[in-house]
Ligand binder design. Structure first.
Ligand code: ACO
Length: 319
């Protein structure tokens, strides 16, 4: 038994916000600095009243439609997010309510930018065990809520959005291999080190990052985990049709592709248009490439993510 992607969908809130728009909003930056260092030209930012479950709902409806599956048929809903609507209930339960599904198991995964590959790996295990047959896997984020708009070294990097896939039990592949890891000793290089206590935020409620340490670690683990997945299946990276890396920074993406010996013509890049949407970035990029016709049924696609924790993982699949 395999799990196979039956449908894909994504959603971006509002109009694109360019680098020049950020300058107009008072961020002390410029287009040249952002584009040279990160490749980001625009991102989408959700209105104050729009939540992760709202974004998740839009992407999920599109994924369900493309799969030809009704929400009532889902038996598991997993949402990867680091910007949940509430402390509890989970964003997955709120999404379930918006979709009108009753009774499916529903929970969130918190692995920051690696959240979607973690969630997809978990969904794959549920389907392969035979316990579940139709699973909705979503990455949804409103990262703009946790950005310090006075910290130009981080606020220019991120955006809001969502992406979703419907996974179904299938006799043909499907997901071929998954790998996921974490090393909590690096928790200090990328975090939102705040919490709620006694009705107040304690600590720091904004995203903090040591950019250079994140850069070095990300390039190393992304190349390693991609090779781990390929070795498991017995294919070389050169046999992959498409690489969809987490869309954080074009220089991280290019360095990883180079380490794997892949030309950039095999890499899906959306970071220029979306910024870093954390757990949403991989399904967003997948949906863009499926809809524009680059990714076709039967092709081998390698998804890989890396994020705060530090967490990282990859999924190799036949689309
Ligand atoms: N606009 C203009 N100047 C800026 C900005 C900005 N937005 N931000 C920082 N600067 C300035 C700094 O003040 C500094 O000026 P100084 O030399 O006068 O002191 C200068 O630019 C260089 O700053 P650095 O922090 O050293 O810049 P660096 O070359 O390391 O680039 C960056 C920073 C882009 C964050 C880089 O470290 C990086 O790409 N790191 C990867 C991190 C990443 O992509 N994280 C995404 C989240 S993590 C994830 O998804 C896994």
């Amino acid at each position: 038994m395999f799990s196979r992607i039956a449908g894909v969908g994504s959603y971006l809130p509002g109009l694109p916000i360019s680098n020049a728009d950020l300058v107009q909003r008072g961020v002390e930056t410029n287009d040249d600095w952002i584009v040279t260092r990160t490749g980001i030209k625009a991102r989408h930012l959700a209105d104050a009243n729009c939540t992760s479950s709202d974004l998740a709902h839009e992407a999920s409806c599109r994924a369900l439609k493309s799969a030809g599956v009704d929400a009532s048929e889902l038996d598991l809903i997993i949402v990867a997010t680091s910007t949940p609507d509430f402390i509890f209930p989970s964003t997955a339960c709120l999404l379930q309510s918006k979709l009108g599904n009753h009774g499916a198991m529903a929970f969130d995964v918190q692995a920051v930018c690696a959240g979607f590959v973690y969630a997809l790996s978990i969904a794959d295990k549920f389907i392969r065990s035979g316990s579940h047959k139709k699973v909705l896997v979503v990455g949804a984020e409103v990262f703009s809520r946790i950005l310090d708009w006075d910290d130009r070294s981080t606020c220019v990097l991120f955006g809001d959005g969502s992406g979703a896939v419907v996974l179904e039990a299938s006799e043909s592949p499907g997901i071929l291999a998954t790998a996921a890891h974490a090393d909590g000793s690096h928790h200090g290089i990328l975090s939102v080190p705040g919490s709620v206590c006694g009705g107040k935020v304690t600590g720091d409620p904004f995203l903090r990052m040591d950019g250079q340490s994140v850069f070095k670690l990300a390039v190393r683990v992304l190349a390693d985990v991609a090779k781990e997945c390929c070795d498991f299946v017995g294919v070389s990276p050169a046999q992959i049709d498409w690489l969809i890396p987490h869309q954080a920074n074009i220089r991280i993406i290019e360095s990883t592709a180079k380490k794997l010996g892949l030309g950039m013509d095999k890499v899906i890049v959306t970071v220029d248009r979306h910024g870093n949407t954390s757990a949403a970035s991989i399904p967003l990029a997948l949906d863009v490439a499926v809809r524009d016709g680059r990714i076709e049924r039967g092709q081998k696609v390698l998804l890989e993510g890396v994020g705060g924790g530090f967490t990282w993982g990859a999924v190799l699949l036949e689309f």
